[in-house]
Design a protein around this ligand. Structure first.
Ligand code: NAD
Length: 524
C-alpha cells in the first residue's frame, strides 16, 4: 500500500461508482453531516467526455475573439449570479460536503473577488508585450509577444472546496480565452453542476464552459481530450495525471498535498499564535491543503502555548449547523479521508504520543473526527510526515529556531507555512522555510492575497495559481517578429560570398566583444 492510503470499505458513506447502492454508471452523493443520500447522478463515459470537449472547442475561437473586456463582461454576469444566488449555492455545497455554514460561506465571495481581480488585471498580465531588440543587428525588427490561450483547458478538482478549486481555476482560464471543461470530485459534484447549469440557462453564457461527472476514469478521459490540464488533488493522483498527460504531451499544472508547518518563536504573542493554530488546523475540519498540520514551538514558550491551544481547540463546537452559524467544526467530506486521519492518530498514540484533546471518531450519524491536539510526537510518526488532512495538529518542543527550521523543512511537501514571533525575527525565519508561500504572524491568509502567486515546492506541485502566473499558464506565448524595413535580401541570405560573410562576422564580433550596445547607451 502507498504511504497515506488505507483500505476503506466501498460501502462507506460517500460517492462511489455503482458500489454503494448506486446503479453501475451512476454516482450516489451523500450528506456527510447526516449520512443521508442526496442525489444519484449519471457518470460520463469517455465518449461523452470527448463529445463535451468537442462542443466547447467548437465555440472557443469566438470566445477568444471577444477579447479581454468582452470575456470579462460574461464573467461579470457569473460574478453577479454567484452573489445573488449565494444562499442557494451554499445550501447545495454544504449538503454535499458536510461543512459548517461559516466554512462554506467564503466560497462565493472569494470567486467574485477573483473574477474582478483577473478581469481588471488580465490586460496587464496577458496583454501583448512590445519588446526592444537586444542587439543593434536587429534594429530593423519590431518584436511583439502575444499570449494565446490553450484552446481547451480541463480542470480536475477535489472535494474540500468544490467551487474555489474548480471555478477558481476556470475563471482565469476563461478570462484568458480558453474553453473549459471541469471534472469535479465524485464526492461533491453538485455545487459545480449547479453553476454550470446557471451559466447555460440563467446567464445565457457562450457554450465554452461545461462539466463532466465521474471517478478517476472520467478524469483520465478528460486528460486525453484537452490541451492543458489543471489538476488539484493528492500527489498520488497527481503522478497518474502527469503520466497520462505525458502520452499526448499535454502540459499540466498540479496543485497537490501539503504538510504545512507552523513555527512559534519564544517572543510570539502566544494568544494570537494559539488562536491561529486552532483555526488554521481545524478550519474546514482540517481538510485544507494549507492546514496547519505540525507545530514547532521554542522551548520557553512551549508549555504556555500548548495550554492555550488545547483550551482553544477543546472549546470548539462540532456538528451539523444548517444555516445557523452555531458550530465551528463540521463533518469529514470523504470517508476515505476519515480512515486516513484515524490511522495517523492511532499510529501516533501507539508510538507514545498523547492526545490532549480529541483523538477519535465521533459515533454517527454523520462522519466526524474529534478536533485533536497531539503532543510527544516526532518525525517517525505518520502524523508528522504524511498529509493527515483532518482536524489534527501535532506539536513538538524545539531548542531554538534552527531546530524548528530543520524540522519544518524535513518534509517531502512544501506548500505553505507560518511563523509567529517578533516581527523582524519571525520574518527572517520565515524566509528560510522551504515552501511556495509563507505567512508571518497569520495563517492561510496568503490564499486571499491573490496578487501573489501560490504554488507548491517539492512534491506539493508544479505551477502556480493566483497572480500573473495564475492566468499566464493558460496561455501559449507567440513571438511575432516584424520587419520594419529591408532591401531585396538580408546580408545573411544567399548567395554566400567570402567578403559578405567576413563583414557580418566582423560587425557581430565588434558589437559583442566591445559590448557596443551598452557603450552606446542603448536600453532593452
Ligand atoms: P484525489 O487525488 O483523490 O482526487 C482529486 C480528483 O482527481 C478527483 O476529482 C478524482 O476523481 C480525480 N481522479 C482520481 N483518479 C484519477 C485519475 N487516475 N485520473 C484523473 N483524475 C483522477 O484528491 P481528493 O481526495 O479529492 O482531495 C484531497 C487532496 O487534494 C489532498 O491531498 C489535498 O492536499 C489536495 N489539495 C491540494 C490543493 C492545492 O491547492 N495544492 C487544494 C486542495 C486540495
Amino acid at each position: 500500500m502507498e504511504s497515506g492510503t488505507v483500505e476503506t470499505s466501498k460501502k462507506a458513506v460517500g460517492a462511489t461508482n455503482g458500489a454503494n447502492g448506486a446503479a453501475p454508471g451512476s454516482l450516489e452523493v451523500h450528506n456527510p453531516a447526516t449520512g443521508e443520500r442526496i442525489k444519484t447522478i449519471p457518470i460520463d463515459s469517455p465518449q461523452s467526455v470527448a463529445e463535451t470537449v468537442a462542443r466547447v472547442r467548437a465555440n472557443q475561437a469566438e470566445w477568444e475573439a471577444l477579447g479581454i473586456e468582452g470575456r470579462y463582461h460574461w464573467l461579470g454576469k457569473l460574478r453577479d449570479w454567484l452573489l445573488d444566488n449565494s444562499e442557494r449555492v451554499l445550501d447545495t455545497m454544504q449538503a454535499e460536503t458536510g461543512k459548517v455554514r461559516a466554512d462554506a460561506s467564503g466560497e462565493p465571495v472569494y470567486l467574485a473577488d477573483l473574477i474582478n481581480f483577473y478581469g481588471t488585471k488580465a490586460a496587464k498580465f496577458i496583454g501583448e508585450e512590445a519588446v526592444r531588440p537586444h542587439s543593434p543587428l536587429l534594429a530593423s525588427k519590431k518584436l511583439r509577444v502575444q499570449y494565446r490561450p490553450h484552446p481547451v483547458v480541463g480542470i480536475i478538482s477535489p472535494w474540500n472546496f468544490p467551487l474555489i478549486l474548480a471555478l477558481g481555476d476556470a475563471v482565469p482560464a476563461l478570462q484568458a480565452g480558453a474553453a473549459v471543461v471541469v471534472k469535479p470530485s465524485e464526492f461533491t459534484p453538485l455545487g459545480l453542476a449547479e453553476v454550470v447549469k446557471a451559466w447555460k440557462e440563467e446567464i445565457g453564457g457562450p457554450e465554452v464552459f461545461d462539466c463532466v461527472q465521474g471517478v478517476g476514469e472520467t478524469g483520465g478521459a478528460l486528460v486525453d481530450e484537452v490541451d492543458f490540464i489543471q489538476f488539484t488533488g493528492s500527489d498520488r493522483t497527481g503522478r497518474k495525471v502527469m503520466a497520462r498527460a505525458a502520452e499526448t504531451l499535454t502540459p499540466v499544472s498540479l496543485e497537490l498535498g501539503g504538510k504545512d508547518p507552523m513555527i512559534v518563536l519564544s517572543d510570539a504573542d502566544l494568544d494570537r499564535a494559539a488562536n491561529a493554530a486552532a483555526w488554521g488546523g481545524m478550519m474546514n475540519s482540517g481538510q485544507i491543503c494549507m492546514s496547519v498540520e505540525r507545530i514547532y514551538v521554542e522551548e520557553p514558550a512551549y508549555d504556555e502555548f500548548v495550554a492555550k491551544l488545547t483550551a482553544a481547540v477543546g472549546e470548539l463546537r462540532q456538528g451539523a449547523d444548517g444555516k445557523g452559524f452555531g458550530k465551528e467544526v463540521g463533518a469529514m467530506t470523504s470517508p476515505n479521508q476519515t480512515a486516513i486521519v484515524e490511522d495517523h492518530v492511532n499510529d501516533a498514540l501507539a508510538s507514545g504520543a498523547k492526545a490532549l484533546t480529541g483523538g477519535k471518531r465521533v459515533p454517527g450519524p454523520g462522519d466526524y473526527f474529534e478536533p485533536t491536539v497531539l503532543v510527544d510526537v516526532d518525525h517517525s510518526m505518520k502524523v508528522m510526515r504524511d498529509e493527515t488532512f483532518g482536524p489534527v495538529v501535532g506539536v513538538m518542543k524545539v531548542r531554538d529556531s534552527g531546530e524548528a527550521l530543520r524540522l519544518a523543512n524535513d518534509s517531502r511537501y512544501g506548500l505553505s507555512g507560518s511563523v509567529f514571533g517578533e516581527k523582524e525575527r519571525a520574518e527572517r525565519v520565515a524566509r528560510r522555510v522551504e515552501c511556495g508561500a509563507i505567512n508571518v504572524n497569520d495563517v492561510l491568509v496568503n490564499y486571499a492575497a491573490m496578487d501573489v502567486p501560490m504554488g507548491g515546492w517539492k512534491q506539493s506541485g508544479i505551477g502556480y495559481r493566483h497572480g500573473e502566473p495564475g492566468i499566464k499558464k493558460y496561455c501559449r506565448a507567440e513571438s511575432v517578429v516584424i520587419t520594419r524595413f529591408g532591401g531585396k535580401r538580408e546580408p545573411t541570405w544567399y548567395p554566400y560570398t567570402k567578403a559578405r560573410r567576413g563583414m557580418i562576422t566582423r560587425i557581430a564580433q565588434a558589437f559583442n566583444a566591445r559590448d557596443l550596445k551598452r557603450r552606446l547607451g542603448m536600453r532593452g
